[in-house]
Design a protein around this ligand. Structure first.
Ligand SMILES: [Zn+2]
Length: 111
């Protein structure tokens, strides 16, 4: 857990190929398009934002394994500044699988 005390500097490393976001599970930086976005829905429930269009703060994950890691680290609580209600891992996992259907067969062991 090393976090620079100063203000984070969003450096543009992939200029021209889209925004880069940090996975809250493993901390790796990837193209936003490669990540799955999560947002806080009504009632404080965490929802999968497949189209990355829902308003509000988002948290990004790059793989299913990172979901577990993020939950262990309480990364959602941090990402959403305490606004997240109770996280139901199995429910989130299900939502993830539904949302990830179109990208099946990509392997998924790279995390
Ligand atoms: Zn990750």
């Amino acid at each position: 857990m090393r976090r620079p005390a100063g203000r984070p500097r969003p450096e543009v490393q992939n200029a021209g190929s889209g925004p880069v976001r940090t996975c809250v599970g493993c901390g790796s930086r990837r193209q936003q398009a490669e990540l799955t976005r999560f947002v806080i829905g009504p009632g404080g429930a965490i929802e999968v934002d497949r189209k990355r269009r829902l308003p509000g703060r988002g948290a990004y994950l790059c793989g299913a394994g990172c979901l577990t890691a993020a939950l262990k680290r309480k990364a959602f609580g941090r990402a959403f500044r305490g606004k997240a209600g109770q996280v139901d891992p199995s429910q989130l996992g299900q939502a993830w699988e539904q949302g990830d259907g179109e990208r099946r067969g990509a392997g998924g062991s790279g995390c």
